[in-house]
Design a protein around this ligand. Structure first.
Ligand code: GDP
Length: 525
């Protein structure tokens, strides 16, 4: 057993975060630059390769099979300035799924990446809501400053109007697009300037404040006047920097930069590492579990099926909450009520797997899973504790599923039960007809379901897209199916709760008006 101080040191140096953004905002590019700062050049190449494989969804299974791992979120780790950084990847595009949301529960903070021209986009908004629900600190990087974009004040206004979060700009652009001169760092009172024609190098110049004559000299009169005007306005009308508000996710520090030009990325990383929290505690049946609490504990937030049919095994992704993890250790599988030996732990470096000998709170490890884990399972070395259940998310896409060969019904039922339990999809049954409707948050989940039904259970299924967009769990003593007829249907979830599916916001609103005493919840009560 290690002296506690070692664990404390390991905890203090860790930062575990996820990058949330809309596709094309530059997440892959930013991740690559961050990994480069950590000296993980090989990984940067890997991230690129991964990027190049953004194929149509149908190609994707093949690709994943070749890679042998990780359809969805993976974890990247690097060291920088004495810190150990874990980046949780939150896939976008066609890879978006409930796993993306669940991954956010394993992060202690989030970096929100925004395209300077496009502002807050749909997927950013969805992912932001999950971070908001958890109250984790959110850091904003406004990217692509080398392109013409929106006025920075308009972007801050958008953060507040659309997301409801106030902001504190850590730096401020001097020009933008073709006239980009650099940024002014409000904390360090220094200029960071683009150098040369290719904008690849950065020159840093320390100044007294933004009224320093050097600023005017390098920015030119026009940009200087604009900068002074903007900064004066920020000083007077902007929010002051408040660390506690940042920690509660009420105020987001904002950084402007350009990931592809590696401009502003290092400053961002250094500030982020300084401000972002070390691994945070989690709630459990035994109370709050601090990372430094003696004894290893953690929970499974994602289960990844192996896409290679020769290997039925799966990987369970575990977030370490407390204590030290050591290869070969025996821990309590709390739900099953038995002890298990963790002999093949794996860690993720982009898509490469490595065996891990030891790991600490904030780290994510992959556990070989012969089918014993479920999402939300707790493992604990000392105490019988269970971490809080992972939240479920409101499905937005729906399909009716049928089996092509009726003789396969038994396998089909088994597959349905197991895949639902794993959290691959949510299922609903129509009342009376017992038709099965699948609900998901991302198209990918349907594809995974179809693929696994065929490959693991030998069942060919047919999916028929339905027009519903919203699911609402109805909490009401007397549910009258007759009241859910217009562009909606009433179904039951796997626990026999009533759920109404709606084709439009209008249909949802009119049902609410007709049933004023009922509660319409976006997830299961
Ligand atoms: P992702 O979909 O969020 O992972 O975005 P990518 O990292 O793939 O970036 C999308 C596109 O934006 C790529 O063509 C990048 O080269 C480009 N890009 C990323 N950062 C910047 C930037 O700072 N400036 C400009 N002009 N383009 C960028």
């Amino acid at each position: 057993m290690l002296p506690l101080s070692t664990i404390e040191q390991e905890v203090a140096k860790r930062r575990t975060f996820a990058i949330i953004s809309h596709p094309d905002a530059g997440k892959t590019t930013l991740t690559e630059k961050l990994l480069l700062f950590g000296g993980a050049i090989r990984l940067a190449g890997t991230v690129k390769a991964r990027k190049a494989s953004k194929h149509a969804t149908s190609d994707w299974m093949e690709i994943e099979k070749q890679r042998g791992i990780s359809v969805t979120s993976s974890v990247m780790q690097f060291d920088y300035n004495g810190h150990r950084v874990n980046i949780l990847d939150t896939p976008g595009h066609q890879d978006f799924s409930e796993d993306t949301y669940r991954t956010l529960t394993a992060a202690d903070s989030a970096v929100m990446l925004i395209d300077v021209a496009k502002g807050v986009e749909a997927q950013t908004k969805k992912l932001f809501q999950v971070c908001r629900m958890r109250g984790i600190p959110i850091f904003t990087f406004i990217n692509k400053l080398d392109r013409e974009g929106q006025n920075p004040f308009d972007l801050l206004e958008e953060l507040e109007q659309v997301l409801g979060i106030r902001s504190y700009p850590m730096n401020w652009p001097i020009g933008m697009g073709s006239s980009l001169c650099g940024v002014y760092d409000r904390q360090k009172t220094q200029l960071e300037l683009f150098q040369g024609d290719d904008h690849k190098n950065i020159e840093v110049r320390k100044v007294e404040d933004y009224n320093d004559p050097i600023v005017k000299e390098v920015a030119g009169e026009f940009l200087y006047d604009q900068l002074v005007q903007d900064l004066e306005l920020l000083d007077v009308a902007g929010d002051p920097f408040d660390f506690d508000k940042v920690m509660r996710g009420e105020l987001t520090p904002v950084f402007f930069g350009s990931a592809v030009n590696n401009f502003g990325v290092q400053t961002f990383l250094e500030n982020f590492l300084q401000l972002a929290p070390a691994p945070t505690p989690r709630n459990s049946t035994a109370g709050v579990v601090e990372p430094t609490k003696p004894g290893f504990s953690g929970y499974v937030f994602k289960i990844q099926a192996n896409m290679n049919p020769a290997h039925r095994d799966r990987l369970a992704f575990l977030r370490i909450v407390s204590g030290k993890f050591e290869r070969g250790m025996t821990v309590r599988h709390v739900r099953e009520g038995k002890n298990i030996k963790l002999s093949q732990p794996q860690q993720f470096l982009a898509q490469d797997r490595d065996i891990v000998e030891e790991a600490f709170p904030g780290d994510i490890i992959g556990l070989f899973d012969p089918g014993i884990f479920r999402i939300g399972d707790s493992l604990s070395e000392k105490e019988e504790l269970r971490f809080d259940e992972l939240p479920t998310f409101s499905p937005e896409l729906f399909c009716k599923v049928t089996v092509k060969n009726a003789l396969k019904h038994k396998q089909y039922q088994k597959g349905l039960d197991q895949l639902t339990e794993e959290g691959t999809i949510q299922i609903f049954r129509t009342i009376g007809f017992e038709d099965i409707i699948l609900g998901v948050v991302g198209q990918l989940q349907f594809e995974v379901f179809e693929y696994r039904m065929k490959n693991e259970y030998g069942v060919d299924i047919q999916l028929q897209k339905l027009n519903y967009q919203f699911a609402r769990w109805i909490v009401d003593e007397k549910v009258d199916p007759g009241k859910f007829r217009i562009n909606s249907t009433l179904v039951k979830d796997k626990n026999d709760n009533y759920v109404a599916l709606f084709e439009s916001e209008y249909a949802l609103r009119s049902a609410q008006e007709k049933n004023p005493t009922a509660q319409f919840l976006p997830t299961a009560p």
